[in-house]
Ligand binder design. Structure first.
Ligand code: NCD
Length: 312
């Protein structure tokens, strides 16, 4: 079994078999991070460039650690300090990176579709590490890996995703992935943060967390993306917290074994109460650990794709 595409640009159109291949490969790399010597020679001699045009803590460091654990040469590149300020275009920049024989370019960019644009012009594999409010496929894969580890399956489970549905790239990738894997997805948030017609993606909608929380195997909380919301979508964060924050009080209605997730960064006291974020249901830091294994699997699966395309 092989992945169909040279790149991982999103989970839209990625099949159940491909997702299973990625999750199974992740399982085999997960163990490497638990050893005292956390390194294998798998990608020795490969070059991975992390190209982050937007702020990132978890995703960038996770890709960096993943490359190091596979013995690849990883190089980090960020907007500040680059020649963007001298007027160089995005395409010229990445063509230069490829001329230095990069095998994989991991890209985060504020503009939706930026990784898709560069992928068309490069032989190197491109992995989308978040493009605007569009997709964040590696986050959804690590979320699915974490869920599978806890519940044993994705098929038939109910995932309630709460918060800023309109501006979250994490939710879009999770919807594509979870629906493909046979999960039931319920989106919850204020009407101003739920896009019209999103039901067409195969999801259900609720405007009240209290109405659906008891059905959840997984409660996934999203940050309010204030930096992306051009206009005011909420009367106040206090009112939002009153209706949607995951508090100990609200958690009493949840199933005893419900799993609480958040992609980070957390705004404590707004979308989630610290007692829940740090409590027994929370797997938030496990998501971060699993993120390294997922990215190791993806670098492994995509670093060899360039040669395959060249041979064709
Ligand atoms: C998310 C992102 O940047 O899209 N964080 C992440 O990658 N772990 C979510 C967010 O910013 O709220």
């Amino acid at each position: 079994m092989q992945l169909k595409s040279k790149d991982l640009l999103g989970l839209e159109g990625v099949s159940r078999e491909e997702i299973n291949l990625i999750l199974d490969t992740t399982e085999s790399f997960h163990e490497v991070s638990e050893r005292s010597i956390k390194k294998v020679p798998t990608l020795r001699g490969r070059t991975i460039i992390n190209f982050f045009h937007e702020p990132s803590t978890r995703t960038r460091i996770s890709f960096e650690i993943a490359a190091k654990r596979l013995s690849a040469d990883g190089v980090n590149f960020s907007k500040s300090g680059s020649s963007f300020s001298k007027g160089e275009t995005l395409l010229d920049t990445v063509k230069n990176l490829e001329a230095m024989q990069a095998d994989v370019i991991v890209m985060r960019h504020g503009i939706p579709g930026a990784p898709h644009f560069i992928a068309q012009h490069l032989d190197a594999a491109v992995i989308n590490a978040g493009d605007g409010a569009h997709e964040h496929p590696t986050q959804a894969l690590l979320d699915m890996f974490t869920i599978k580890r806890h519940l044993g399956k994705l098929d038939g489970i109910t995932v309630v995703i709460v918060g800023d549905i309109a501006f979250s790239r994490v939710v879009r990738s999770n919807i594509y992935g979870l629906i493909t894997m046979g999960a039931r997805v319920i989106l919850v948030g204020p009407p101003t943060l739920i896009p019209v017609d999103i039901e067409k993606m195969g999801v259900e909608i609720s405007y009240k967390l209290d109405d659906v929380i008891d059905q959840a195997d997984v409660i996934m909380i999203l940050r309010i993306q204030l930096e992306r919301q051009g206009k005011v979508c909420l009367p106040s964060l206090r009112e939002y917290a009153k209706l949607y924050s995951l508090t100990p009080e609200r958690m009493k209605q949840a199933r005893p074994n419900a799993v609480v997730m958040h992609p980070g960064p957390i705004n404590r006291g707004i979308e989630i109460d610290p007692k829940i974020a740090d409590g027994d249901h929370s797997v938030i830091l496990e998501q971060v650990s699993n993120g390294v294994a997922v990215r190791m699997a993806l670098l492994f699966l995509f670093a060899g794709r360039k040669e395959l395309t060249e041979k064709r």
